[in-house]
Design a binder for this molecule. Structure first.
Ligand code: SF4
Length: 454
């Protein structure tokens, strides 16, 4: 069995009479974490980056996401996001059809026609994303150039950007990464006299964003922005005085683009659970010179609330063994939370991609025997999963049903992105997400026994 280290509360992690200290992770060195890291390559079973539109269109309230794709893409988006009959939707698919494929229509003229008709009908839109997909005919279209051309025509009212949500070589969360990275070159440059500011990077539910805003304000951190902002006109400015905290672990390209503009990343675990949230806030507090007693005064009550709400699920989950298939790139922070705050045993932590610098703080907190598998060979992983007989498997939708049919409880990893889970007030909800499959199994088992008797 894995040794489960006790949660490191902030009190024990920082000296009372000095500046705040945070978990040791540097931007330059690879993780010093004790976990065993392996990689494998083979067949993968993941969703594509178009899925990100589902939460991004809710977050940026005057943006529209126009997928340039096939009927398959349209079906995916409609079934994942639902069709809003009474509201004006803010996503759609421009389907490349036979006429386009045969070269009868000029694809750029068609795109301009569709975009102009959309903007005429929807004067409320300020930001339009052209989202590429993976059909070969779409890959041939230069959507970046199309976005530049359309932006020239439609600015200052509407900015047009392009990114790819293609299913080739992506995980579904990379759609958000590509979308946010496309925003960075257009962010205003901060002035030379701009004060040091904090940018939180990653789409968060509005309620979570508001909670973090209040906590930072109570700590005395005055200049705080969020990327993406809720409206196109409110996107933050950026420069060498910008310090940024990642709120999501899958924002590799966005982080690179921010650093090219001079921003500096603050190294921290991710704000999941009481401990992760405390350490994440502590990284900002240390950078902005917040006194330890002020930090303690601001975080003590919400941290205790979070610890109490997580503790409610400890008894149900602490004896359970969990296996992660690689899907969302949230696997490592989730594993850290489940192991340290709920005592769950980590059988295998699969992740599509392991960014060793961004995850350095997380890796250092995992139990020493944790097996992390980067990449995927789905058949081999299924064999290992069946042999290990875990109590719970976190995986994509495609694997969940077959595993459930074999009697293994599953949790869809996509739920971890659709549900607000970051921060103190959501820590209990996050724990509950992992307890729910066991409750469901318990409720269903008498029914299944009856069915097998009759
Ligand atoms: S982008 Fe590719 S993987 Fe995604 S729905 Fe369209 S065709 Fe399918």
């Amino acid at each position: 069995m894995n040794a489960v280290p006790p949660p490191a509360t902030l009190k024990s992690a920082m000296p009372a009479d000095s500046q705040l200290d945070v978990l040791s992770c540097t931007t330059a060195a690879p993780a010093a974490g004790p976990a065993i890291i392996q990689s494998e390559r083979g067949q993968r079973a993941v969703f594509c980056g178009l899925t990100g539109i589902v939460w991004l269109h809710r977050k940026i309230q005057d943006a529209f996401f126009l997928v340039v794709g096939s009927r398959t893409c349209a079906h995916l988006i409609q079934s994942a996001a639902g069709v809003m009959i009474f509201a004006e939707p803010r996503f759609a698919t421009a389907i490349i059809d036979e006429r386009d494929l045969a070269g009868i229509a000029d694809i750029n003229d068609e795109l301009d026609r569709v975009v102009n008709r959309l903007i005429e009908r929807r004067p409320d839109l300020k930001l339009l994303f052209l989202v590429g997909s993976c059909p070969s005919e779409v890959i041939k279209i230069d959507l970046s150039r199309a976005a530049l051309r359309l932006s020239r025509d439609l600015m200052p009212n509407v900015r047009v950007l392009a990114y790819s949500g293609s299913g080739i070589e992506t995980t579904f969360t990379q759609g958000e990464d590509a979308c946010l990275a496309s925003l960075v070159p257009g962010l205003a440059a901060e002035t030379a006299a701009a004060p040091k500011s904090l940018m939180v990077v990653g789409a968060l539910a509005d309620a979570v964003e508001d909670q973090f805003r209040r906590l930072f304000a109570d700590m005395g951190i005055a200049h705080v922005s969020f990327l993406p902002a809720r409206h196109a006109a409110d996107m933050p400015s950026i420069g060498p005085n910008t310090r940024y905290l990642l709120a999501q672990p899958f924002l590799t390209d966005t982080a690179r683009a921010l650093e090219e503009r001079g921003a500096v990343r603050l190294c921290a675990p991710f704000p999941l659970g009481a401990e992760g949230t405390t350490e994440w806030l502590a990284a900002a507090a240390a950078e902005f010179g917040v006194a330890p007693d002020r930090f303690e005064a601001v975080t003590d009550a919400p941290r205790q609330r979070a610890e109490r709400s997580v503790a409610r699920y400890h008894e149900r989950l602490s004896t359970k063994r969990i296996f992660f298939f690689p899907d969302s790139q949230l696997e490592v922070p989730m594993a850290r939370f489940l192991s340290r705050e709920l005592g769950m045993q980590l059988v295998e932590v699969g992740t599509p991609y392991l960014h060793r610098q961004h995850l350095a703080g997380e890796l250092a907190m995992l139990p020493s025997s944790t097996l992390i598998v980067e990449g995927q060979d789905v058949d081999q992983q299924l064999d290992r999963c069946r042999a290990a007989k875990p109590d719970l498997v976190v995986c994509g939708l495609g694997l969940a049903n077959p595993l459930e049919a074999e009697g293994i409880a599953t949790k869809w990893s996509i739920e971890l992105v659709f549900t607000p889970v970051q921060g103190y007030e959501q820590a209990g909800d996050l724990a509950e997400l992992f307890a729910r499959p066991f409750v469901r199994k318990q409720l269903l088992s008498p029914m299944l026994e009856d069915a097998s008797c009759s």
